[in-house]
Design a protein around this ligand. Sequence first.
Ligand code: PLP
Length: 419
Amino acid sequence: NAGLADIDPEIAQVLDQELGRQRGTLEMIASENFVPRSVLQVQGSVLTNKYAEGYPGRRYYGGCEYVDVAENLAIERAKSLFGAAYANVQPHSGASANAAVMHAFARAGDKMLGLELAHGGHLTHGMKINFSGRLYDVASYEVDPATHRIDMDVVRKRALEHRPKVIVAGWSAYPRQLDFEAFRSIADEVGATLWVDMAHFAGLVAAGLHPNPVPIADVVSSTVHKTIGGPRSGFILSRDEANAKKLNSAVFPGQQGGPLMHVVAAKAVAFKLAAEAEFRAKQERTLEGARILADRLQEADVAEAGVQVLTGGTDVHLVLVDLRNSPLDGQQAEDLLHEVGITVNRNSVPFDPRPPMVTSGLRIGTPALASRGFGPEEFTEVADIIAQALKPGADAQALRARVLTLTDGFPLYEGLEQY
Ligand code: PLP
């Protein structure tokens, strides 16, 4: 019955140190969040022991009577949250969900059309060395060089040029909403399947604060761990059951073996919580925080330092900072913020002159801080700390002290002490 600290003190120390890091810094990586204690509990449960290849009621293993209940709950809750007729909650991650979607709707060599990686697209939407770029013939649409927004005339032009089998609408770094209806009509015009990857903005959709792609797209994939704030994993939805068989067999046995039942059950918990009023209020704070940040970073003192906000604002949970005219590159800005205790990631901006390991941008998101309880007052303070940090001659120590006042005021995982 020895505890982890006795069995493996090195790993116990990693857990303690990571908990301390999360408590003592401001987490602003746009794709991260803090899961509720209930989700942590389910992920650390005995469900991890269970093999359950197949689907509820049709498993290849015995003893699945209880995990079937969990998976059915996750499916029903996902369907009801997003107004879908079909849900698959088994993908281990967003990338596995996407691999399964392509597996279901295309064959190797078929053409796919997605947002250019350097303009905010995801690896699984056609990056050369990703499965998507290796298996499929990839074409991309870019953002407009002046507005940095997706121009639907360009998407249509590319679609007519390339006649893709699948068009993917979705992003990892884009601060605006997509026009799903326009994507639908382009897909119909060229006879393509329309796939929306809502990995980033699914929590906003669940809260009714972002248009829902489910009624419009042929298939929708997502992660659970970004704005939804659930366990690290993925899922797939569809407005009808027409592609249910194809999608289920693309996930299992097409892409995966046994589902992670502790994660599937944790998804059920996350979807339950996402239907509650408290979740909606949190998503509202998330959006408001991002707007406050975008506004502050466009004030004269920051603009004078050559810092710009891509597209001039945000409609979602993140802000993209353009440093092309600043003395700082993305790496330096990320390091500077790290020093004051704010965690963000450097990010290529469209038409970035610097390489992807350096970049000329930052992606800053508000979901984790909203989960921590931050509202407009705290986000105003965070925005000013970031603004000061990005100006020349920043006093990192003074800014670090301001960060600590915020982290001390909003304790994280209170009572969770030692592993
Ligand atoms: N799709 C999009 C749009 C993403 O931004 C991400 C994650 O960054 C993924 C898919 C992949 O998710 P995961 O990291 O769980 O594989």
